[in-house]
Design a protein around this ligand. Structure first.
Ligand code: PHE
Length: 456
């Protein structure tokens, strides 16, 4: 396939459009909701350190590979892998990598949309002043009330998915760039305000030691695996989302440069979220380990309840969080949608509705796992817990492992060298060594030991 070829789905209008869209994909519930709750559950600083290490030595090189493969293949991940395999005379079975991604995407979207629905539900709740002056018990009760209602959860889940399908059906370039360009800086600004508020609160000292003084003695292999999965999740890696966005990127744009910006922005936002959330959590006396998936919703609404102009800040925050979730969800269904357009000749609209409907149905299970089906558990996980575990903690690292093997071992050196265009031979060699040896071995070891720890 000639360099310079374009995707049939179109191309980003500029390098910035790609960076904005990919950052929109990366920054989402993963940075704020999932990051905080995983940090809480897995003991704080030691987990954060492992997570940051995973971002730097696994996430960043894998992201370069995904963008590179997508840009070279110029199609949905399934067809990109197939056409690259054909081009270089490798096995057609490499298309399975695309399929694993599509399946992971379905599972992720199904619960992502339920949590996106919580965020939407919190917009009118905050605006109505429901949290003004409320203590930790009262805000917990409000959250429990939402979880106890299958009707409300399904309603907001539906609204969230409908928004997502709507945008995807119109093609991803359209309004996305503009939305992200305004919303992302607004989110950072608001997080900074909340960090400032957190620093002034009485929980600050406790949160500093929780977030920055690592205690590795409590660190289990399971937590290392969860940190690795979270690194993939937060950077949208391992399932083809960044690959499909890469397929719309012009051949002239620098892959390593773009990757640095996207990963940097994503990590900054997660760290800011941690600094904003944990001081308030300790100040209101919540237990990070007990909080579970409700951690940010309960903690932040308690914080807003006490803050001057809290109803305003709270409403704004949940609006921005919903937008961030939305721009991520769009990228989660893009690989499957693009595939259906390519292979079934469906229009984008029909394809997006079909993919959204399937994820919607599966998501009902997650919505019900907080109420009617709460007792249905596998290995201590509810339906939603299981979806999260299988997709994020198992499938994403597995996808990353195969991407590393393909990019490092199967793809001829001349192609990766030309596509990545590092500008320095040493940087390229480092990338190649990391892809060939470090990532496959590290991910495989962590996956095996982590799974043994979880299941054993
Ligand atoms: N990166 C997104 C977030 O942090 C979630 C996501 C995962 C998006 C996988 C695309 C693919 O919220």
């Amino acid at each position: 396939m000639a360099v310079g070829k374009k995707s049939i789905h179109g191309e980003w209008s500029s390098r910035w459009a790609f960076i904005m869209a990919a950052t929109g994909s990366a920054v989402g519930l993963g940075n704020i909701w999932r990051f905080s709750y995983m940090v809480g559950e897995h003991g704080g600083a030691a987990f954060i350190l492992v997570y940051l290490l995973c971002i730097a030595v696994v996430g960043v090189p894998v992201m370069m590979s995904e963008i590179m493969l997508g840009r070279r293949g110029r199609m949905s991940p399934i067809n990109t892998m197939q056409s690259l395999a054909e081009e270089i005379g490798a096995r057609r079975a490499w298309r399975m990598l695309g399929w694993v991604g599509v399946i992971a995407g379905f599972l992720i979207l199904s619960f992502y949309s339920v949590v996106g629905g919580w965020s939407l539900a919190y917009v009118p709740l905050s605006a109505s002043g429901a949290f003004a002056g409320a203590d930790a018990d009262a805000v917990s009760e409000t959250f429990e009330g939402l979880l106890a209602s299958p009707g409300l959860l399904v309603l907001w889940h539906t609204v969230f998915l409908a928004f997502t399908v709507f945008v995807v059906s119109r093609g991803v370039e359209g309004g996305l760039e503009k939305a992200v360009r305004i919303l992302m800086p607004a989110l950072v600004a608001l997080l900074l305000v909340m960090v400032g508020y957190g620093m002034a609160s009485e929980g600050f000292a406790e949160s500093v030691s929780f977030l920055f003084a690592p205690d590795f003695s409590a660190m289990r292999m399971e937590s290392v695996l969860v940190a690795l999965g979270q690194a993939f999740f937060t950077l949208s890696l391992g399932m083809g989302a960044i690959m499909v966005y890469g397929s719309y990127l012009s051949s002239r744009s620098s892959v390593p440069g773009n990757t640095g910006l996207i990963a940097g922005a994503d990590t900054l936002i997660a760290v800011l979220a941690g600094l904003a959330v944990f001081p308030v959590l300790f100040a209101v006396g919540l237990d990070p380990e007990e909080a579970g998936p409700g951690l940010v919703f309960v903690t932040l609404s308690a914080g807003f309840g006490q803050m001057p102009a809290g109803a305003l800040f709270g409403t704004l925050f949940f609006v921005l969080l919903s937008f961030a979730a939305w721009t991520s969800a769009i990228s989660i269904i893009e690989p499957a949608t693009a595939y259906l357009v390519e292979n079934r000749d469906w229009s984008r609209g029909v394809a997006a509705v079909a993919v959204g409907a399937a994820a919607w149905l599966l998501g009902i299970g997650s919505a019900l796992s907080f109420n009617l089906w709460a007792d249905w558990q596998v290995a201590g996980m509810t339906f939603m817990g299981l979806m999260e575990f299988v997709s994020t903690t198992v499938l994403l690292p597995l996808g990353g492992l195969f991407i590393a093997v393909f990019a490092g071992w199967i793809l001829p050196r001349r192609i990766s060298q030309q596509e990545l265009a590092f500008g320095s031979e040493v940087s390229y060699l480092v990338w190649r060594l990391v892809m060939r040896y470090f990532v496959p071995v590290a991910v495989a070891v962590i996956l095996v030991y982590g799974l043994v720890d979880v299941l054993g």
